[in-house]
Design a protein around this ligand. Structure first.
Ligand SMILES: [Zn+2]
Length: 393
């Protein structure tokens, strides 16, 4: 394996530096220093704590490699064979939280850059490693591009794991808050009130039986889904009948679904409950939240992240076939959501390429193959070469 030692050293350092969402400072500084060492012309950390870098080229064309600094927490430590931040290497595999999502891919990209940037390229090579992708995908990169810290690229490569294949899209994601109100009463006399928990139960059953089964299916992205992920009721004082229940729903969307088409059938389900007097009132809305960044800044976000699917034709115009041939890659669709929700929906030719099996992401005993990472180094170098030729023409 050509890059084995370099890969082992760098991924171990990255995994040993925990960086859950909002706590990416130490990792951001390590990566900033590494980018300076590689010799990028400009390296900076933005207001929200994302790291960006530019290697200037001969023309004013821009490409962007994009990844994220944050990872989900390790969860139950007892489920791990090896401690999550030790980067234990067993044969060909490195274990640790973030190994595949996405410190392995970052490691491969940085080593590819180190080896490639010994010469000047035709285009400007831009890198972004953002904060808070796991919580509010698309938001940090949106701010980088909207604030013009990086120029809008002709091509963007999402370095999430693809098993060395080419990812061309995924379903969108939104979080929806449903509120149902009833009427409180003494729990010894439930007939005097309207129980909001019972209303919520009915709503959830209808959601599954009437709504989810009828959601649209896309021939490539798969089926849209909706499922409850959280529930809360009040008042919490006992023994009282709850007069308010709040349900948070996870909704996965296909292309062309918008806020209106997502919310309308939910309003109809609520109206059915009101008509049958099982609830007195109700409302439905997209969740809005404010996430805190390690710099002290915060980002207000509406949790509606649309689906995307890149046209093969557009990718072929930038030489994707040559890359796929070299990597023996096929087209794949990601199961999960990525920063592509903003980038690919901003009229930028976007695809995903990275080492590792994404089924390992967010799991205990997350791991990545060093051999895959080694191939990804060559893959990222090949992307630079192919784009340089195709963009210049
Ligand atoms: Zn990821």
């Amino acid at each position: 394996m050509k890059h084995e030692e370099k890969l082992k050293n760098l991924i171990s350092k990255l995994i040993a530096t925990p960086s859950t969402s909002g706590h990416e400072k130490e990792l951001a500084e390590i990566i900033r220093d590494k980018l300076n060492e590689i010799g990028f012309d400009k390296v900076e950390i933005d207001n929200y704590g994302s790291v960006i870098a530019i290697a200037k080229g001969k023309s004013d064309l821009n490409i962007l490699f994009e990844g994220h600094l944050d990872h989900v927490p390790p969860g139950n430590i007892n489920s791990w064979k090896y401690p999550p931040y030790n980067a234990k290497i067993v044969d060909d595999e490195v274990y640790g939280r973030g190994a595949v999502d996405m410190k392995g891919p970052i490691t491969s990209l940085l080593i590819a850059m180190e080896e490639s940037l010994k010469r000047e390229f035709e285009m400007n090579i831009q890198l972004a490693f953002v904060v808070h992708e796991e919580t509010v995908e698309g938001e940090a990169i949106k701010r980088i591009l909207e604030e013009r810290r990086l120029d809008k690229p002709e091509v963007a490569i999402l370095i999430e794991p693809t098993n060395l294949n080419i990812a061309i899209g995924h379903r969108g994601r939104s979080l929806i808050k449903v509120k149902l109100t009833g009427k409180t009463a003494h729990a010894s006399m439930p007939d005097l009130g309207v129980n909001a928990i019972e209303a919520a139960s009915k709503f959830i059953i209808n959601l599954r039986d009437k709504l989810d089964t009828n959601l649209p299916t896309h021939p490539i992205l798969g089926k849209a889904t909706i499922t409850p992920i959280k529930i809360r009721s009040q008042p919490e004082g006992l023994p009282q009948l709850p007069d308010e229940a709040e349900i948070i729903l996870d909704r996965r969307m296909i292309i062309s679904e918008d806020e209106n088409s997502v919310l309308k059938p939910l309003t109809e389900l609520i109206n059915e409950l009101i008509n049958s007097r099982e609830a007195l009132n109700g409302s439905v809305e997209i969740v809005e939240e404010e996430v805190n960044c390690w710099t002290g800044a915060s980002m207000k976000v509406r949790d509606f992240f649309p689906a995307w699917l890149m046209s093969i034709e557009k990718l072929e115009s930038i030489g994707i076939k040559e890359l796929m041939k070299t990597m023996n890659a096929k087209y794949v669709i990601w199961d999960f959501s990525t920063d592509g929700v903003y980038i690919a929906n901003s009229n930028i030719k976007t695809f995903g390429f990275g080492p590792g099996n994404w089924k390992m992401a967010h799991q205990p005993n997350e791991k990545i193959s060093l051999r895959d990472m080694d191939k990804a180094v060559e893959g990222y170098k090949k992307i630079l070469e192919v784009l340089e030729v195709k963009l210049a023409n």
